[in-house]
Design a protein around this ligand. Sequence first.
Ligand code: AMP
Length: 297
Amino acid sequence: MQLITNEPDLRRALAGKAHIAFVPTMGNLHAGHISLVQQAARTGALVVVSIYVNPLQFGPHEDFARYPRTLAQDIALLQQSAADIVFAPDDSTLYPHRDIKQPKNTGQSVQLQLPELAQRLCGASRPGHFNGVATIVLKLFNLIFTNGCQQACAIFGRKDYQQLRLIQIMVQQLNLPVQIIAAETIRLPSGLAMSSRNGYLTEAEREQAAGLYRTLDQLRVQHQALAIRTTAAIRQLEQDAVAQLQAQGWRVDYVAICHPDTLQAAQPQDQQCVVLAAATLGQTRLIDNLGYEISEK
Ligand code: AMP
């Protein structure tokens, strides 16, 4: 496994590689990330994993400064995985026009603007977040999938479902020659989705945090069992889940039952659904989602 930190070395290492599978991450790797690496390896391609905490996608009052940076530990973990190349770019590689004294000032004046979906759900409480994500993902694609790459794929987790959908839409609408592969969410035995931000939780909060998954799973069961499916009944399920989470001590951003493609509010006739939620426990904002099917009656 090779560690690369700058563009010239990356271009040299990837020159002539026809089949590349790419896993973008912000590091502090856990079993969820590693499952993406395994999925990348199953394509038979050269596996490139990037590690970069992207300032562009953090709001002014978010956790950019305290986000866990554990490069040595991440490299040790990747060494035991199927990763071929770790690309951990320095800031000057991705943002050469940045203000060195202010890391959040990237100097990236060309940025992608995403459709309206980027302003809803997580986009409502994190303005600009998804534009920052899309911009860095496109930059990374351009760094990694050139040099003669003929078969490009990138693996994204369903854990960040809204992000996954927006990247799929971006790839489609910008005609990017990249196949996007969606990977299942890896959970702890309690049901809590693995996340780098779980490290912010206290021991007690960690126990409590599994309540987010349990609440969504309960909502799923209730939705599937609804005797009469009406819009009002679906919205009531969302409200009940919000109330349940609040009773458990969460500050809830949203619980939304959506159509999995459009992420518009689910309608009674929808057979495929995804329920998405974002909520804060103590100082830690977590997200989760569950996809499910409603059988015809
Ligand atoms: P991050 O480092 O949080 O930016 O995540 C990098 C990639 O790993 C994204 O595509 C995430 O959706 C994915 N990911 C994060 N947590 C999990 C998990 N628990 N299971 C599967 N994929 C995950």
